[in-house]
Structure formats: structure tokens, C-alpha cells
Write a protein that binds this ligand. Structure first.
Ligand SMILES: [Fe+2]
Length: 228
């Protein structure tokens, strides 16, 4: 083999090896990203079902009309849909929780959920609940720092059950809290919540029907192979 041919073959061989390595890296990246998104999807469905069931019960306990209770059940299921959209951009986040930059990004999700649902003719009540579900009673929430009764009642209800559902679920960086510990943690943060809603929730949460509802809301979603 003359010198030039040898150089060319080495070059071609090297390029092919690099291409295979690159493809492997890309496939590995896609697989990991898919796994992340699939886990976020599973967590989102489980969380949505529990929030939906608890929001309906709490709305009933607060003597809201049936149509409003139903809106809250639906809002409970859909409120975090924007997170699924964001999930693909937060691939690679570490398991200790989100960085400040990622937190800023994640705080866009309630507006994103609202925007995603705009074309589907949901009631104004449901849409406002989704948009405002991270507003805090003391004005420290997002997206608009609304406070007190500026925040729609539905969003104040979701705020309470959403927090509770998150605390009693496993997270990559911590195990689930038991119900009593979750309520204690919420008491420490009670300035964020409507006191009337929270007290009604506290009365409701230890009732046998609510405990049963929490158990029934735990659904098992089996893994699927996303490459199929
Ligand atoms: Fe949320």
C-alpha cells in the first residue's frame, strides 16, 4: 500500500469509528432522555390522579357547586401538563433537586399548562385555576404574585392538595413523607395557603374515606420500551 493510500484508509477508518462512537453516544443520549421523560410522564399521571381526587373531595367539603367541583377534578388532572413539555429540556438535571436556573425554568410551567389548554374550550374557572395554582396567599407565588382573594378559590384549593400530593410521593432526592409529617410540613408553610381551605383540608385528611381515596389513587404504570 503506498503512503497516500494508507493515510486515506486510516482517515476513512478513523472517520467510520468516530461516526459509530457518535451514533452510540446519540443513541445513549436519546435512551436516557426518553427514560427521563417517561419517568416524568408516569409521575405526572400519578400526581394528577391524586390531586384530581383530593381537589374534588376538598371542593365538596367546602360546599362548592357540583360543576365547580368537577372543574377542579379536571384541573387537578391537567394543572401540570406544561411540566411534560419542559421535561425534555431539563434532561440531565441531577437527582439532588433542581438548580436555581432549572427552578426558574420550571416556574414557567403553570403559564405553559394554561397556554397548552387554551384551544380546548375549557371553562374560564378551570383555566384560571390552572394558571394560578402556584400563586401563594402571601403574594410570594407565581406567575403574577397575586395574593389573598385575588387568587381564584379553585387555585387556592389546588395549591393545598397539590402540595400534599407532592409531599406523600417519592422524589428522586427523597422518600415520600407519611401523612402526618406531610401535614406538619404544610403547617410550617401555611402562610402560602388560604387558612380556611387548609383547615377544611386538615379536617378532611384523616377521615377514612379520604385515606381510602389516597390508597385508591395510587396506580401502577408499567414501563414500556420507548424504542418500539
Ligand atoms: Fe404545578
Amino acid at each position: 500500500m503506498d503512503k497516500q493510500k494508507k493515510v486515506n484508509n486510516q482517515y476513512i477508518g478513523g472517520t467510520a469509528v468516530n461516526r459509530v462512537k457518535l451514533n452510540n453516544n446519540v443513541n445513549d443520549y436519546k435512551q436516557k432522555k426518553n427514560n427521563y421523560m417517561w419517568n416524568d410522564f408516569k409521575d405526572g399521571i400519578s400526581h394528577g390522579i391524586l390531586v384530581s381526587n383530593l381537589a374534588y373531595s376538598l371542593a365538596k367539603a367546602m360546599k362548592l357547586e357540583e360543576a365547580e367541583c368537577y372543574d377542579l377534578a379536571l384541573a387537578g388532572l391537567l394543572h401540570d401538563i406544561g411540566k411534560l413539555e419542559l421535561s425534555q429540556y431539563l434532561y440531565g438535571r441531577n437527582n439532588d433537586g433542581l438548580s436555581i436556573e432549572e427552578m426558574k425554568y420550571m416556574r414557567m410551567h403553570s403559564k405553559l399548562s394554561y397556554d397548552l389548554l387554551l384551544d380546548y374550550h375549557y371553562s374560564d374557572n378551570l383555566m384560571e385555576t390552572v394558571l394560578r395554582h402556584h400563586e401563594c396567599y402571601d403574594g410570594s407565588g407565581y406567575p403574577d404574585n397575586l395574593q389573598g382573594e385575588e387568587i381564584p378559590l379553585g387555585a387556592r384549593i389546588i395549591r393545598v392538595v397539590d402540595e400534599f400530593a407532592a409531599l406523600i410521593a417519592d422524589r428522586p432526592y427523597r422518600k415520600a413523607f407519611d401523612i402526618d409529617t406531610a401535614v406538619d410540613i404544610m403547617i410550617e408553610e401555611v402562610k402560602n395557603m388560604d387558612m380556611v381551605v387548609f383547615i377544611t383540608f386538615q379536617r378532611m385528611i384523616h377521615e377514612p374515606e379520604t385515606l381510602q381515596l389516597i390508597e385508591k389513587s395510587k396506580i401502577e404504570i408499567n414501563d414500556i420500551d420507548l424504542e418500539d
